[in-house]
Design a protein around this ligand. Structure first.
Ligand code: GAR
Length: 213
């Protein structure tokens, strides 16, 4: 049974989607938040999952926080660390420690719109499509090898909230799917790019119907 540790900072709807997917061969062993008030902690506790808080405001620097976070994560012996709306920039040493076994979801079609305010920036740029990306975490923010993406249309009257809502539906589809592929050991990195073996459903996932009028 593989151990999955999920890191959140807030609502935790992506964590919830992964827990609800009940992926065979894997168990979510802990949900860890850097914010004590993160709403997602309640869902995890209600589902019998260990919850922990490593409050970043209690640390003077990133190194101290990351060391405490790694110590907390490693007590759960994770095969996979999942950043599900975890809104902290991580140090290079922390990222190296989990190299090849830490993934993140980002609300844009990377490499476009790394960082914050992705939906407003996509709208402001006049993008016709937006979306979401699940990728391995590397030291450079939002830049690691891409595992799966899904796109949605940007509608002429979209504001950031409307677009975020449409993208979130796709996040909840592709994030559990990516975790499942990794648990099934179908994901490898070749020359900095992800190869997913024997994934017949991949094409459908990557191209949900683009409902563009
Ligand atoms: C999600 O949209 C996720 O893609 C984003 O935060 C939201 C968390 O929602 N992550 C980032 O922006 C990371 N750069 P959730 O707490 O309901 O899963």
């Amino acid at each position: 049974m593989k151990s999955i540790v999920i890191l959140i900072s807030g609502r935790g709807s992506n964590m919830e989607a992964i827990v609800r997917a009940a992926i065979p061969g894997a168990r979510v062993t802990a949900v860890i938040s850097n914010r004590p008030q993160a709403a997602g902690l309640r869902f995890a506790a209600d589902h019998g999952i260990a919850t922990e808080v490593v409050d970043h405001t209690a640390f003077d620097d990133r190194e101290g926080f990351d060391a405490a976070l790694a110590e907390t994560i490693d007590r759960h012996a994770p095969d996979l660390v999942v950043l599900a709306g975890f809104m902290r920039v991580l140090t290079a040493g922390f990222v190296r420690h989990y190299e090849g076994r830490m993934i993140n979801i980002h609300p844009s079609l990377l490499p476009a719109f790394t960082g914050l305010h992705t939906h407003q920036r996509a709208i402001d740029a006049g993008a016709r499509v937006a979306g979401t990306t699940v990728h391995f975490v590397t030291a450079e923010l939002d830049c690691g090898p891409i595992i799966v993406q899904a796109c949605v249309p940007v509608q002429p009257d979209d504001d950031a909230d409307a677009l975020a809502t449409r993208v979130l539906v796709q996040e909840h589809r592709i994030f559990p799917q990516a975790v499942r592929w990794i648990v099934e050991e179908r994901v490898r990195i070749e020359d900095g790019r992800v190869v997913v073996s024997a994934a017949p459903a991949a094409a459908a996932l990557i191209n949900p119907a683009l409902d563009v009028a």
